[in-house]
Design a protein around this ligand. Structure first.
Ligand SMILES: [Zn+2]
Length: 407
């Protein structure tokens, strides 16, 4: 998401070279494939410098250079740089009803996604054991086919940026859990943990509907509540300790229910996935079917079931109320809705847009667009993997072939 500028950062040649390596790898990572000519054009670096940087990334085993296909342009076509598909991160997302574990390549492709349903809300130790067992099951393949950079964990809670400690994950009932350290000890790999919505916004900004939008707001709805993130000038705004973006605790109903945060009528107590599931007769384990069931309900000739229609209208109204304040305060160009909030938007787009626009000041009203998160079920896997790839992307040269160990 954050683009490093070429050339000048750093105070010696080695810093400059390392910074430039990060820029070239970052372009290949974000775009999936990029030609030498495009890198030259986008960075302003000269051709021989770019050639040297690409050669070094190939040497480090991070990218491949491929012959271009037939080109319609005159002259010799430029070689294509692609991130190596065998450089992977392990992505983990513990939730109230399941632990999802994925294998994601450096180009953002989800190669594997395994949802391990749990009978009850998992404890930190149980999540470590589940991830350990799933990774052990993949070990043969990981050793022979991949090089594992590390593990990224998207946690539905507040995670301290400095050490990855889960300060509180209310729905998991985790308090002050040094989860990165626990999982790192078990797997023998570096582990980076962050709030799930922050991870999601990083993924959507890089690979999804946030591409190209410099100011955007992201709200994600999951089984355990609503989180979000704020991107200002292409950078995620984290707040002092990484806790910013808790849109779930915006007041939307002064006569509303008591929230676990101690207030009444928060967005996440009034707008809940569990209520939608119940309204259409699904249980928590069937959340992946909610979309098709709800869309079918709204596509019916005779109209949706009144109780379902009323619930969706009510939830969309509360979501619009929360977005109204957010749009007025931040003047974003884009509001991205993920998880079941994206589903609410897909079901009732006009209701939500008019609900927000009708009550937002004229300036921000004209600027804002709405979009559903594009990455779907892969969102948190890609977001978690981005956490694990971040150190490599920031300094490719710091990770030599020997340190890129198989797990
Ligand atoms: Zn609250």
């Amino acid at each position: 998401m954050e683009q490093t500028r070429p050339g000048q950062r750093g105070n010696n040649l080695d810093d400059v070279r390392r910074n430039n390596l990060a820029i070239v790898l970052g372009l290949a990572h974000v775009r999936g494939r990029v030609s030498r000519a495009e890198v030259t054009k986008m960075t302003g670096l000269n051709r021989s410098t770019v050639g040297g940087l690409v050669a070094e990334l190939v040497e480090l085993g991070l990218v491949d250079e491929r012959e271009p296909g037939a080109s319609s342009h005159a002259g010799r076509p430029s070689a294509i740089i692609v991130p190596r598909e065998d450089i992977v991160a392990i992505a983990v997302n513990p939730e109230v009803d399941a632990v999802t574990i994925g294998l994601v390549s450096l180009s953002g492709q989800v190669l594997k996604r395994i949802r391990y349903d749990t009978a009850r809300v998992p404890t930190p130790d149980e999540v470590v054991n589940i991830v350990g067992a799933v990774v052990a099951g993949m070990r043969g393949e990981l050793d022979s086919s991949y090089r594992t950079v590390g593990v990224g964990v998207a946690v539905p809670g507040l995670v301290r940026g400095t050490d990855g400690e889960v300060v509180v994950a209310p729905h998991l009932d985790w308090h002050n859990v040094p989860f990165s350290a626990m999982l790192g000890d078990a797997l023998g790999l570096p582990v980076v943990s962050a709030n799930d919505a922050s991870a999601a916004i990083s993924a959507e900004s890089t690979f999804g509907s946030g591409r190209g939008a410099r100011q955007h707001i992201y709200l994600n709805g999951g089984a355990s509540g609503i989180g979000g993130g704020i991107v200002i000038n292409n950078e995620l705004y984290r707040g002092l300790s990484g806790f910013a973006g808790e849109f779930g605790h915006t007041l939307v109903n002064s006569a509303g229910m008591l929230c676990h945060c101690g207030a009444h009528g928060c967005l996440e107590t009034e707008v809940r996935q569990s209520a939608l599931l119940a309204a259409v007769g699904l249980d928590a384990a069937e959340s992946e079917q909610l979309e098709s069931v709800l869309l079918a309900e709204f596509a019916r000739q005779e109209g949706a079931e009144p109780a379902v229609l009323e619930l969706v209208t009510r939830q969309v109204g509360f979501l619009a109320e929360a977005l109204r304040g957010t749009v007025n305060i931040f003047n974003p160009e884009l509001v991205i809705l993920g998880g079941f909030l994206g589903l609410l938007y897909a079901v009732a787009p006009k209701l939500l847009e008019s609900g927000v626009r009708g009550r937002v000041l004229m300036g921000p009203r004209e600027d804002v667009r709405f979009a559903r998160a594009e990455l779907g079920l892969d969102l948190l896997m890609i977001g978690a993997a981005q956490l694990a790839f971040a150190p490599l992307l920031a300094d490719p040269a710091s990770i030599t072939k020997s340190r890129l160990k198989a797990s």
